[in-house]
Design a binder for this molecule. Structure first.
Ligand code: SF4
Ligand code: SF4
Length: 289
């Protein structure tokens, strides 16, 4: 039976991608889905070779038919995004595709056209097939693109007869995160023992609880503030949330990133690598319960 696990974090910079990439290197027979479509970075460690690219048309853009336009200026007055200038030309960067100008134009000179908001990719990595995407700068609708990445990952899992999808979720608790975790079997929250880490962990836990997703917690760099780590552990115990791993701080992790490798491959005997292996085993045991 297909299982899906999402690695998330209440905020960026907690080491989520380092850990997810290491999981990918440790796991076998799974599909990788990088759902951080606004700022993807899993590719920096997994080095995917793209085998399929598709345009993602997630938004619309107003277009004026100049043969019909009588330059009445109604569209310019009505556009609350200031996307139409005095010479009745649309600024494609600021147009939100809301369609108000289409409604107010007395000459039916404006229509909405689909525009390319990004690209989604299917790639081969040495760890398995990867579904990923990139949203163009300034584009919205990342949730829709995340859903497409997950749809493609599921399709690959069916085609390759695989029963695990490893999802690298975006940071935060917004729409793309919700799209990344909906329907998964477990969500591993990567946090760090700082005040903002504790706060964001709380928000991420609330999100997973809201969607009835089994939460697990991994405390990264747990030894940089043992007092805060203790607070996280106590809070998790109180709320019956499983701590799947506690990973120490080690500058070797940065060395591995600079070398473009996962830490578990760069330095397999390193304590961080050992802890990541333990965490991954814990995640698998929870998934297979
Ligand atoms: S509302 Fe229509 S006719 Fe008037 S300026 Fe805009 S495009 Fe032209
Ligand atoms: S679609 Fe909306 S944002 Fe774009 S030009 Fe028309 S009114 Fe402005």
């Amino acid at each position: 039976m297909l299982k899906q696990v999402a690695v998330v974090s209440g905020k960026g910079g907690t080491g989520k991608t380092t850990i997810t990439a290491s999981f990918a290197a440790l796991a076998h027979d799974m599909v990788i889905a990088d759902c951080d479509v606004d700022a993807p970075d899993l590719h920096l460690l997994l080095h995917p070779q793209i085998v399929k690219t598709q345009e993602f048309k997630g938004s619309k853009l107003a277009a004026i038919d100049r043969t019909k336009c009588i330059k009445c200026g109604l569209c310019k007055e009505s556009c609350r995004f200031g996307s139409i200038n005095d010479s009745i030309t649309i600024d494609s960067f600021s147009c939100e595709g809301c369609g108000v100008c289409v409604i107010v134009c007395p000459e039916e000179a404006i229509s909405l056209k689909e525009r390319i908001s990004g690209y989604n990719f299917i790639s081969k990595t040495k760890y398995g097939t990867m579904s990923h995407a990139r949203l163009n700068p300034g584009e919205a609708n990342s949730g829709k693109l995340v859903t497409l990445v997950r749809h493609n990952a599921r399709k690959i899992a069916e085609e390759e007869d695989l029963d695990l999808i490893l999802i690298d979720g975006p940071p935060g608790i917004g729409c793309p995160v919700i799209a990344s975790v909906t329907g998964v079997d477990a969500g591993l929250i990567v946090t760090e023992p700082t005040m903002s880490g504790i706060h964001d962990l709380d928000r991420a836990l609330q999100l997973l609880n809201h969607f009835n997703i089994l939460p697990l917690v991994c405390i990264n760099k747990y030894d940089i503030n043992r007092k805060n780590t203790e607070k996280i552990v106590k809070s998790c115990e109180k709320n019956e949330v499983d701590i799947a791993g506690k990973i120490p701080f080690d500058p070797t992790v940065t060395e591995a990133m600079v070398a473009g490798k996962t830490i578990v491959e760069y330095s397999p005997e390193n304590e961080v690598s050992q802890e990541i292996k333990t965490t991954w085993k814990r995640v698998l045991s929870v998934l297979n319960k």
